[in-house]
Design a protein around this ligand. Sequence first.
Ligand SMILES: *Cc1c(COP(=O)(O)O)cnc(C)c1O
Length: 377
Amino acid sequence: MIPFVNLARQHDGLRIELEAAIGRVLSSCEFVLGRHVAQFEESFAAWCGAGHGIGMNSGTSALHVALLATGVGPGDEVITSAFTFTATASAIASTGARPVLVDIDPQTLAIDPTLIERAVTARTRGIVPVHLYGHPADMDPILSIARENRLWVIEDAAQAHGAEYKGRRVGSLSDAACFSFYPTKNLGACGEAGIIVTGSAEWARNARALRDWGEAGHGTAGSNFRMAAIQAAVLDVKLRHLEEWNRKRQTLAELYSASVLGEALTAPVTQPWAHHVFHIFAVRARNREDAIAAFRERGIETRIHYPIPIHLMNRFRALGYSQGDFPEAERASREVLSIPVYPELTRSESDRVAEALRALSVATDPGFAQAAASGGS
Ligand SMILES: *Cc1c(COP(=O)(O)O)cnc(C)c1O
């Protein structure tokens, strides 16, 4: 079986370095924030081309605190994508603000900039574009709408460490960006972690206070969102490998895309202005149930990111949206299928995935998909 992720391989290769880094934290007994966290904040922010990094205990906390740092709350509206991981819209809702959803561009799967303007109201405070799967959102039109309407922009970059928009790394494009270091992300901790990066000293100061009970006179705001030092030490080691890992993901994505020959599957599109880091390689399947079964028969595990768009989730029912409101998000949620794309795949494994993509993409009906599945090498 080719599992969807394989962290054991990544960690086996780094075991000596990781154990030494964790050992240094153990000896220092500086377990929360402190110098290990400060060092990682500095190196990750610099890597993104941003001035400040604020280490957090998850990507969700990073979004929550970045939003709180803007001062949004009840009565405000924040615009985001109808097709993303739950955390994006939940973080907005957890500030008391209302998430206002906008449909996606069917190619980038990120928010469609041409649909944003009509979602802006007198209550709108900001926009949270998501660089979904590792492909950046089209930031220039988003930033210009924000400027015209005096809105801030916070990037959800949880899937896009190292992705670039017109030659600039995500994290340096807007007011602030939030990253997750959940273990399976392109850069993953050995546990939970996240970070906010920003060019603004004032935002950084606010976010630093809010992650630690509002120490700097923030009154009742804030809570405990602090980063653990062991995670920072692990991430500092892994950061040195991130570019090489992203390059391997891109090489796999090229092989996979070139293997999608027929029309039963569609390969993802990379815009000419984008440097895509393929956190997820998702094809669109004409008949997804059959494709899942056929990949499974060939020993390839797949996943769906995400089967339900935000506006149709039970947790967001109170927002009052209904089926048909965001047709591209709904179509994506029916068609996308994620294929294993991690840098530790062996040559023979990625060849097997490519062979499956060749066979299944030319399948013309469900029966043929079954035949393609059993005929695999
Ligand atoms: C992973 C992820 C998050 C949340 O990060 P956690 O570290 O799991 O809290 C937020 N947004 C997106 C798009 C993600 O993929």
